[in-house]
Design a protein around this ligand. Sequence first.
Ligand code: ADP
Ligand code: F6P
Length: 325
Amino acid sequence: MSRMKRIAVLTSGGDAPGMNAAIRAVVRYASNSDAKLDVYGIERGYAGLINGRLSRMDGRSVSDTIHRGGTILKTARCPEFTTDDGISQAVKVLKAYEIDGLVVIGGDGSFRGMKDLYDKHGFLCTGIPGTIDNDLGYTDYTLGFDSAVNTVLGAINNIRDTMTSHDRACVIEVMGRNCGDIALYAGLAGGAEAMVVPEIPFNIDELVDKMRRNVLKGKASDIILLAEGMTSCEALKKELEEKTGITLRTVKLGYIQRGGTPTLADRVLAARCAVRAVDLLIQGKGGRVVGIRNNKIVDEEVGAALATKKVFDKELYKIATILGQ
Ligand code: ADP
Ligand code: F6P
């Protein structure tokens, strides 16, 4: 058993639904479990850490937050933390507050920062994957992905109604940075006619042929889900209209996908990941990130986790394409 007495938690990078559920679980598990740890919340990610924006949290500070999107701790992108000086300053602050361990909730950039903190200064930290993008190879799902996809599904339903009434097609642009998972899963579950994702070579003529065939088949609307990492919805619309003569509309869903109440799946994932992240610290294990594989919570050395290539599920893409015909 380590002599861990006091830990801190922060959220970093883009926010994601489920981050609050994770903060709540970290705070309550750490303070209510046998270890009876003190917990500090750090505001605005690594920026707040460098600037000493820490405050004590207890079970009551996280009341009424489990269902809220965003992050009560706020988040930030902090270029200073990528420098040796920035990290050294962060370590000074952690020491001044007598913090023994840190839980970082964020994406790959946040994990790189955490890795530096551990590798260069031996500071114990654990990571919980929080990003809607689902772009981390070592875990099947990241916190926020399920909620974001469900938001996209709601949007597809609404857009489908009006597109069908007007016999139109629509290009819906979704987030995901360079990862096509939001487009893939929303496309499969929302019955999209096509998904344009960075992982699959895109042939505009094939899509044009498909849209023409869909008209002949009597399909009243086409939903084309476009992952933001490919091109813009306006550019794709223009090209498709020129080549098909079909009337198209565009919707860029944007930040709607990043807000909103977390789904059941994200709340459960948040709780399970938080417990493992805190347990690792209690056991004196740092430099590890938590994830889920085959519905089992796993933890892995952060460098190895970051080096794990994200594999796009081509089989699922094939199924979605067949079902969308
Ligand atoms: P995400 O964690 O969602 O991928 P970012 O890539 O913006 O978001 O990273 C969040 C923060 O993590 C950055 O603002 C920075 O403070 C820190 N960070 C990112 N990359 C590195 C790096 N290579 N080394 C150290 N810290 C990093
Ligand atoms: O990483 C989450 C994400 O929402 C991406 O899907 C998107 O590309 C990016 O963040 C947007 O970042 P910003 O908040 O800086 O506009």
